[in-house]
Write a protein that binds this ligand. Structure first.
Ligand code: NAD
Ligand code: DAU
Length: 360
């Protein structure tokens, strides 16, 4: 990245979650003298353990707080005078949004609104040079575009918004707010819409880590419907690199799709995980973990297929993913086998209650 464009002080909301923590840890690896203020409410999905690497750097600061709390966000802007805010904070699990959509509206819509308003008031009082430097980067999802049929072209940035779940509707609403704050107030915003991430620190409620953990525990591997739904998988470090690129060089007010060019059915993903585990941690009875696969009741409104066309990011900002699904899933399975202490630390009582509610 162009050295003069690196932001010295950034605020990262949701930085104790899966993608945010990978982003912060990598930011310090790239820029050891940086200052990063993580603002995170530490919901069930946020864990300071994810940030152990970042906490070793002098420039790391952590604030436990809610992105919807205006006084908290204003105080961070006033104290640290950041050159960018990267918004990862969200309620992120589609299944939880079906059971209880209220939190999704509160955080994803009202929270983003509050961040935009606080950023606007802060940005308005900066001098011209600092105004030109400032960025508000909003991390969003491909789910805002809806669902594709098997032979449809992948989503481009021009695809109409057609969200189908409470989660994706709340993210779509937040994207529209970000767009409006650019057009109406001139706030220097960037939006990224990304496909399914996987990798270290992925909370075990999501398909890939859930399947790894259930397999090791001898439990069933629950596949919704017939397993033919398709997702595009992106290794989390590739996503973080793309965000750094957009932050440094993205055109103001633009949206950038980020994807892995790795479309897989859920059944293929689960079988691949089973094959990795069979090789690295075989069952004592010699039987494949694939024997634990179990087809369960489908997710209501389950989107059939997501696929991202990331060619704008490739042509404008010369980004492309480094990992194939095969290399990324091998790293992921190995990471979970090596980090069972982390899994124990971030799961337990409330997680077990969620699993009972969702799967029994
Ligand atoms: P996550 O659920 O693992 O982490 C979310 C983080 O936000 C947690 O640390 C949580 O404590 C924090 N948070 C939640 N509500 C908050 C609030 N009101 N105030 C402050 N902090 C709060 O999510 P993730 O998978 O890391 O996703 C990060 C972002 O990327 C989200 O905006 C999500 O919509 C988007 N995204 C995720 C994926 C994916 O595959 N995981 C793909 C595309 C886009
Ligand atoms: O596409 C980007 C989105 O990817 C992000 O915006 C979301 O924050 C993120 O959670 C993810 O959403 P998905 O719903 O695609 O991810 P999840 O891991 O929950 O499910 C992946 C697929 O696997 C999906 O088709 C549902 C299916 N699934 C999931 C679970 C948890 C199962 O078949 N069984 C399961 O137990």
């Amino acid at each position: 990245m162009d050295a003069e464009k690196v932001k010295k002080t950034i605020v990262v909301t949701g930085g104790a979650g899966f993608i945010g923590s990978n982003f912060v840890n990598e930011w310090f690896s790239c820029y050891p003298d940086a200052q990063v203020i993580v603002l995170d409410a530490l919901t069930y999905a946020g864990h300071l353990e994810n940030l152990a690497a970042a906490q070793k750097y002098a420039g790391f600061k952590f604030v436990q707080g809610n992105i919807a709390d205006a006084s908290c966000v204003q105080a961070i802007f006033a104290e640290y005078q950041p050159e960018a805010l990267i918004n990862f904070a969200a309620e992120s699990h589609v299944d939880r949004s079906i059971h209880g959509p209220g939190e999704f509206i509160q955080t994803n819509v009202n929270g983003t609104f509050n961040l935009l308003e606080c950023a606007r008031h802060y940005w308005t009082q900066l001098d011209a040079a600092a105004q030109a430097e400032f960025r508000f980067l909003h991390v969003s999802t491909d789910e805002v575009y809806g669902s594709l049929e098997a032979d449809d072209a992948p989503f481009t940035e021009q695809h109409p918004y057609q969200p189908n779940s409470p989660y994706s509707a709340s993210k779509a609403a937040s994207d529209h707010l970000v767009r409006a704050w650019f057009h109406t107030y001139g706030l220097p915003v960037l939006t990224t819409n990304c496909s399914n991430n996987y990798g270290p620190f992925h909370y075990p409620e999501k398909l890939i880590p859930l399947v790894i953990q259930n397999a090791l525990a001898g439990k069933t591997l629950p596949i919704y419907g017939d397993g033919s739904n398709v997702r595009d998988w992106l290794f989390v470090t590739d996503h973080c690199a793309a965000i750094r690129r957009v932050l440094a060089s993205g055109r103001l007010g633009e949206t950038y799709n980020i994807g892995g060019w790795n479309e897989k059915t859920n059944l293929d993903v689960v079988k691949t995980i089973c094959a990795q585990l069979d090789a690295l941690a075989p069952r004592q009875d010699g039987v494949s973990y694939a024997e634990q696969i179990c087809f369960v009741k489908d997710r209501p409104g389950h989107d059939k297929r997501y696929a991202i066309d990331a060619s704008k990011l490739a042509s404008e900002l010369a980004w492309k993913p480094q990992e194939t699904f095969e290399s990324g899933i091998a790293k992921t399975v190995a990471w979970y086998l090596d980090h069972q202490d982390w899994v124990r630390a971030v799961t337990g009582g409330a997680f077990d209650a969620w699993v009972r509610q969702q799967y029994q």
